[in-house]
Design a protein around this ligand. Structure first.
Ligand code: PGA
Length: 276
């Protein structure tokens, strides 16, 4: 699955992994991290190993609490690279998975602001290489992604309210959908209210989100999941028949997906017959 990506580091790739086995059903790799921080460390290591050897890497990136440790590790790894190295994050062409509608770029709750704090700022990236879907013109996003040759590595968290989902593509989203403006479900608004001083009325009602087809078109996909509350959703996405009731189950048809999960999720998967 890491075809075309020669190991570049002498650090062992699985140093923080307690278990590793190809998932029997779909060829997915499930990595059980030794703790929640290691979910991020492993994600950063794998992401950088999956980058193409030549040209500017095209990477799709998430927001959320789970990837914060990944961004910290990426910034540390960047310190070891010359700025003109093609794997330096400042050279990446990045496409974020989603952005709220109606928030200014500099609104502290916008995903722009999140990325500024965790990725653009620490790695001193140039704004003309970092893209977000435009809620006013979401369809243009797929065209833009294609113009850069498609996504080499896509990293996503997994949302768990109502259904196992990716970005804002919630229950009922078409597996063939492209980037679009989506209406947030009541439960997502409720879940995200924690970032808006606990006030659901302050959470935007819509967001631009990469579509599930756009996501599946990425050459390699890393899914990060931390926290016992996500265990059942990860299990369902991996093992139940693909269904729009479980948007993340669309990944079962993809040839290169690695799930990086915390010990509690790993324990749940093992207890329910998923071999790790
Ligand atoms: P989280 O978000 O990392 O904050 O749990 C995950 C997601 O909804 O993608």
């Amino acid at each position: 699955m890491f075809e075309g990506s020669e190991p570049r580091s002498t650090r062992p790739i699985i140093s923080h992994v307690t278990a590793l086995k190809q998932h029997a059903n779909h060829g997915h790799l499930i990595l059980a991290a030794q703790d929640t921080k290691a979910v991020g460390t492993i994600a950063a290591t794998l992401l950088m190993k999956l980058l193409p050897q030549h040209g500017d890497p095209v990477v799709a990136l998430p927001t959320g609490s789970t990837p914060i440790d990944m961004y910290k590790e990426i910034a540390l790894k960047a310190l070891e690279l010359p700025r003109d190295h093609s794997h330096h994050p400042a050279r990446w062409i990045t496409f974020n998975l989603d952005e709220y509608d109606g928030l200014q770029y500099n609104d502290p709750q916008s995903y722009h602001a999140f990325m500024q704090e965790h990725f653009f700022g620490p790695n001193h990236t140039a704004a003309d290489r970092n893209f977000f879907p435009d809620p006013k013109a979401p369809k243009a996003y797929d065209t833009l992604i294609r113009s850069y040759g498609g996504i080499d590595v896509l990293v996503a968290g997994i949302g768990v309210n109502e259904s196992p989902h990716i970005a804002f593509q919630e229950k009922g989203s078409s597996f063939e959908g492209r980037t679009s403006l989506v209406k947030l479900s009541a439960s997502t608004i409720q879940a995200n209210a924690r970032f808006f001083e606990g006030r659901p009325e302050c959470v935007p009602t819509h967001a631009a989100s990469m579509g599930l087809r756009t996501i599946q078109d990425a050459r390699n996909i890393l899914i990060l999941a931390s926290g016992e509350h996500k265990a059942r959703s990860v299990y369902e996405a991996l093992t139940l028949p693909p269904s729009t009731d479980r948007p993340a189950s669309c990944l079962q048809g993809h040839h290169s997906v690695t799930w990086i999960v915390c010990p509690k999720i790993a324990a749940y998967l093992s207890a329910h017959g998923v071999e790790l």
